[in-house]
Design a binder for this molecule. Structure first.
Ligand code: FES
Length: 157
């Protein structure tokens, strides 16, 4: 990411929302849409451009789960830990993903390929336990399936 481009982007975004109600959230939304997360340099530039304390910006960023402060992985693995999935062994699936990728919830692998998140119900409880990788849904997943699901995506890089 080139710093000048980022600063120009932030400047344009701040100008777009200037004077509008709830603009800080909209500014941060726009930045995340563009970069997939809100880089620290972008938050600093928002603070500068919008003349707002950095602490206020981080208050909003950390209050809403929606905002990501770290670069997402190329593939986003979501393991459901809603009731139906939990009862059918989702905890073991999370353990297996952690074991294979060496990441915890909310972390991205060092190679930037996989990001692990734990979610509460993906809305398809009849398929429990469920894992998604981006838009692809894996149903009735067994612990022994996890390695294959990850490998399927690793080879598509
Ligand atoms: S609890 Fe997992 S999909 Fe609903």
């Amino acid at each position: 990411m080139v710093a000048e481009t980022l600063n120009e982007d932030v400047k344009a975004v701040v100008a777009r929302w200037k004077g509008k109600e709830g603009n800080l959230i909209m500014i941060l939304h726009d930045i995340q849409d563009r970069y997939g997360y809100v880089p620290r340099e972008a938050a600093l530039e928002v603070s500068h451009q919008a003349d707002m304390p950095l602490a206020r910006i981080y208050e909003v960023l950390t209050f809403y789960n929606y905002f990501k402060l770290k670069a997402p992985g190329k593939f986003n693995i979501s393991v459901c830990l809603g009731t139906a999935c939990y009862l059918k062994g989702a905890a073991a699936l999370i353990e297996e993903v952690r074991h294979i990728l060496h990441v915890d919830e909310g972390q991205t692998t060092k190679d930037g390929l996989f990001h692990l998140q734990i979610v509460r119900c993906l809305g398809c409880c009849g398929l429990a336990p469920v894992i998604t990788v981006d838009d692809k849904v894996y149903s009735a997943v067994k612990r022994s399936d996890v390695v294959g699901i990850i490998a399927e995506h690793s080879k598509n890089v």
